[in-house]
Design a protein around this ligand. Structure first.
Ligand SMILES: NC(=O)c1ccc[n+]([C@@H]2O[C@H](COP(=O)([O-])OP(=O)(O)OC[C@H]3O[C@@H](n4cnc5c(N)ncnc54)[C@H](O)[C@@H]3O)[C@@H](O)[C@H]2O)c1
Length: 393
């Protein structure tokens, strides 16, 4: 069982590692951060101090807490510094071979009881754990960016992970006031799998010429209540990151057509139009550039929103069908991890399973593509006259 006295190790002090380190130090843990790059360590220390200054300016912490957090964190470019840790969370480059090597090295340094976790977004925890002599103490602890602010953490046991390890990690993250959900070790876990149609169906609607990007974004925000439209969000995430996640999920699911990436997005990536960070993506962010105006057509907007929503619900239902997570965790994951206005399975309950199946049937009938196949659970529910996810399953 972890306590406040448990020592936390972090490997990799990039965007995620330093955020997780700050979080643990704020919760009074002693934190050891190791990164192989001295430049990255220097940058992370500056980023941490800037982030704490902002919290002081906003009145969220005082200078005493700031010093406490800074004093709790030790930076090093020597992996041996992680020796006293009770839990190490790895947040290095997303590369399976490099992660495996780091886990094998780490296991030789830390104590027998130390839990080894990976913050990977898309790699198999079971595969990372296979590099260790004791894979039963390896687990996925997947934070969302920025780790200090986003409430959701997905906990992913690999097939060899001992249940007690999952329990201890879950209760530690709960004590850090995070919303924790447990996910099966499958590509994309919960959020990065279920969210795929938000982007891919929007891209498909755009590619077919049914609507332009600003109208699709408008429909999802104004009618759907989403904080950002799919094209704005892809531009913000960056097409290098967003396209890669889609491609990874698709290839890891043995090229299941429902996860197939979009050629339009691939072309943006090839052109170097990565989104906000490069000044241009689907939208142009250069100064004085007027953004395209949406067609405020409610009938078209409703059609766009419903089509994307039923595809999201279909994926959420399929994740439930394949036991990726529980009904409650699937809905929590999408509301707390990607700020959806409502849990998708709750949305299904409100809209009516029959309406969703009918909409999906129309899409399948029109396109005859496997991408639009209906999740078996939706059909089974109708056959068994079960109309609600939340009360009955
Ligand atoms: N950025 C996100 O939005 C996000 C969200 C959730 C999960 N993740 C996952 O978190 C991990 C880190 O992502 P990031 O965005 O923080 O990356 P990043 O590129 O910002 O930082 C990675 C850091 O790891 C260090 N590093 C690389 N190889 C190393 C090694 N062998 N030993 C020690 N240090 C090494 C680098 O010097 C760098 O400082 C990845 O697995 C990523 O998939 C990222």
């Amino acid at each position: 069982m972890f306590t406040e006295k448990s020592i936390i190790g972090i490997i990799g002090c990039g965007a995620m590692g330093i955020g997780i380190g700050q979080l643990a130090a704020t919760e009074s843990h002693q934190v050891f951060i190791f990164d192989s790059s001295i430049d990255a360590l220097k940058k992370a220390e500056i980023n941490l101090k800037n982030s704490l200054k902002k919290l002081i300016d906003k009145g969220k912490i005082d200078s005493q807490k700031e010093s406490e957090i800074i004093n709790n964190i030790n930076f090093s470019n020597n992996i041996e510094s992680l020796k006293p840790c009770d839990l190490v969370i790895e947040a290095i480059i997303e590369n399976i071979e490099i992660k495996k090597k780091v886990f094998a090295d780490l296991e030789k340094i830390v104590s027998q009881t130390c839990i080894l976790a990976s913050n990977t977004s898309s790699l198999s925890i079971t595969s990372i754990a296979s590099a260790c002599i004791n894979p039963e103490k390896v687990i996925g602890i997947h934070f969302f960016n920025p780790a200090t602010l986003m409430p959701l953490v997905e906990i992913i046991p690999g097939i060899a992970t001992k249940p007690i390890v999952t329990e201890h990690c879950k209760s530690l993250l709960d004590s850090w006031k995070k919303t924790t959900v447990v996910a099966k070790d499958t590509p994309g876990f919960i959020v990065n799998r279920i969210a795929r149609p938000f982007y891919s169906e929007a891209l498909r609607i755009f590619e077919e010429g049914i609507a332009d990007i600003s109208t699709i974004d408008w429909a999802m925000k104004e009618i759907g209540g989403f904080k950002m439209g799919p094209f704005e969000l892809m531009d913000l995430i960056g097409h290098d990151v967003n396209y890669t996640v889609t491609e990874t999920v698709w290839t890891q699911f043995y090229y299941d057509p429902k996860f197939k990436p979009s050629i339009s997005q691939k072309r943006l990536l090839e052109a170097g139009f990565l989104g906000r960070k490069s000044g241009k993506g689907f939208y142009n962010y250069n100064d004085n550039n007027e953004q395209p105006k949406p067609k405020n057509d409610l009938i078209l907007g409703e059609l766009i929103f419903k089509r994307i929503l039923v595809m999201l619900i279909n994926e959420a239902a399929d994740a439930l069908y394949f036991k990726i997570a529980t009904v409650e965790d699937i809905d929590l994951a999408m509301t707390k991890g990607v700020n959806y206005p409502k849990g998708l399975l709750k949305w299904a309950d409100d809209l009516g399973i029959e309406n969703i199946v009918n909409d999906l049937k129309k899409l399948y009938l029109l396109y005859q593509e496997d991408r639009y196949r209906i999740s078996p659970i939706l059909k089974q529910m109708l056959e068994q006259k079960i109309y609600l996810f939340h009360k009955t399953i």
